[in-house]
Design a protein around this ligand. Structure first.
Ligand SMILES: *Cc1c(COP(=O)(O)O)cnc(C)c1O
Length: 256
């Protein structure tokens, strides 16, 4: 067998850890989608990970996402045309970062899911644009379970009501919740926060908001995807462990 590349080895190790965590939680590992977060990845690395069979890519900034879609979708299309059996038939781009309203129009046609809905106003604006195009955009509500004042996300106490409002919008399909643990939190704190997000999830589900489509918990990054899976995560968003640390300037949100 050919020698594995470093990225192939890292991907394999992460897949094994996902399987172990799911097994420990008595869950089917296939319920957990790995989203490769490409914000610090070079184009060659993204092309490589696609050739290793990864179908879900995540980006946190609209402009960067646009550039990467332009570079990568064409490549993906050519691999599919070439009948590369290792490449998934469809690529899905996930918007995982804070979203400015003036970027919605450009973003919508490019992405399969938006994980970062946290205000009624943002939901309404996406709804209007998405509805015009005849699409029901799959979205996740970002919940600030950690209750960090400086962080994005709807407060736990307001999540159910916002979910209800989103559920009435014809251009949106509420498919789940997203949350993040604070940087550097201990494993027990992290687990408690993910458990809290899961409770909010169960409550929304109990109210039948979002129907059968409401089934995702987007929780877990490089540092904490295992506790996230133990608490029911169905989408883990992993960047650093695959592609290494950021080399450029600090990651920043888009400016308006
Ligand atoms: C960057 C980022 C990730 C990936 O984090 P890593 O620690 O690099 O795995 C996941 N989710 C969001 C929202 C991010 O911005």
């Amino acid at each position: 067998m050919a020698k594995k590349t470093p990225l192939a080895e890292k991907l394999e190790a992460i897949r094994a850890r996902i399987t172990d965590a799911a097994t420990k939680a008595r869950r089917d590992p296939a319920e957990v989608t790995l989203i490769a977060v490409t914000k610090n990845a070079a184009p060659e690395q993204i092309r490589e990970i696609i050739q290793l069979g990864v179908a879900d890519l995540g980006e946190s900034r609209v402009q960067v996402l646009q550039q990467k879609v332009a570079q990568i979708n064409e490549f993906h299309h050519r691999r599919v045309q070439a009948a590369d059996v290792n490449v998934a038939g469809k690529l899905r781009w996930h918007m995982i970062g804070h979203l400015q309203r003036n970027k919605i129009k450009a973003l919508l046609p490019l992405v399969s899911h938006i994980h970062s809905i946290d205000t009624l106003r943002l939901a309404e604006e996406i709804d209007v644009i998405s509805d015009k195009s005849g699409r029901k955009m799959p979205v996740l509500l970002q919940v600030n379970t950690a209750e960090e004042p400086q962080k994005y996300g709807v407060a736990v106490g307001a999540a159910l009501h916002l979910a209800e409002q989103i559920d009435t919008m014809s251009g949106l399909q509420l498919v789940g919740l997203m949350s993040m643990a604070p940087y550097g939190a201990t494993e027990s704190v992290t687990r408690r926060l993910f458990a809290r997000t899961r409770e909010v999830f169960e409550e929304i589900k109990w109210q039948k908001i979002g129907g059968a489509s409401f089934r995702h918990l987007s929780m877990g990054m490089s540092a904490d995807f295992e506790p996230a899976i133990l608490e029911g995560s169905t989408m883990v968003r992993i960047g650093t462990t695959l592609f290494g640390e950021a080399t450029g300037p600090e990651e920043k949100d888009d400016e308006d």
